[in-house]
Design a protein around this ligand. Sequence first.
Ligand code: PLP
Ligand code: COI
Length: 354
Amino acid sequence: MVGTFDIAINKIAKSRVEEYDVNNVPFGKCFSDHMLVAEYKDGKWAPPQIIPYGDMPLSYAMSALHYGQAIFEGMKAYKNAAGVVSLFRPHENFKRLNRSALRMAMPEVPEEIFIGGLIELMRLDSAWVPTSETGSLYIRPFLIATDEAIGVRASDTYKFVIITCPAGNYYNEPIKVLVEQDYFRAVKGGVGFVKAAGNYGRSLFPTRMAQAKGYQQVIWTDSETHQYVEESGTMNLMFVIDNTVITPALSDTILSGITRDSVLTLARAWNLKVEERKISITEILEAHKNGTLQEAFGCGTAATIAQITSIGYKDADYTLPAVETRQFSTKVDAYLRQIRKGQVEDTFKWMISV
Ligand code: PLP
Ligand code: COI
């Protein structure tokens, strides 16, 4: 059920949209006219408000800044040829935000605020949704602890905010990835399965080192044996080996990607063999050696389908088959784009028009 909260709207006097070419802006740097803000205090949520995008006056002692009680989501809205704006599987992001909230000892955000508020925001800022073939409006909902308090404890007050920005491709080209052997993204019992801000901060140094060696991203391995692949950057990983689509099984060290789920749903609908299980570097390199490694790609909201052209492991690079030969990932990429742009029937009812 959506839409029982009254949302106060403070509309901007004059839209800034004409200052930009929304089909051609760098990812995450230009923000649309409005944002949604809701505050939690005294054990309850106040009605959300939509206000002009801007800065927030907050205390330097704010607990999110010091101890990382902060979570976020990433999702997208698309515009079809008729100008209709739709969200891709927004309820999945809503549910995942609340799984993150639970793990980080934060209050759950009600559906009327997340989904109801987002729909109102999209209606107001629809002019910011790109029309280009690969363009979308990237949506960043986030929840932060706002207590002005230095003690280490769960905050009593929180802010839930949604900001949005027009986006094109996150990666402009297929990527080279390096299997990370010294650092981990997530550990058993940790927070790898949720979108906690600290997961991203901790990834920057190893990623910078990989980039200095000419790779775009790292492949994270499990923290216990370093033998099994987990994720790459901000993407879930997929391999096609001997015509079987293989991806690491979900666990408490892997984010349950909505793109991952969509890719697997399509693979199954197309009668491909799918395996969700542990996959070791040895198995991948073995398949590379005997010619059965057909495809490797990352998938995620920002990255969409990011083809992996080579995998670096212990000072050697293993080049993968040319992207043009990759039947599954190129079909999935095109099909997802068509569903999102309303060009094929939305069989799975993934799109919610606003
Ligand atoms: N894994 C990580 C660590 C991520 O940050 C993301 C991006 O959100 C994903 C996977 C992909 O998830 P989704 O497809 O829901 O965007
Ligand atoms: C997303 O794909 O939505 C993400 O959250 C990645 C982001 C950190 C750019």
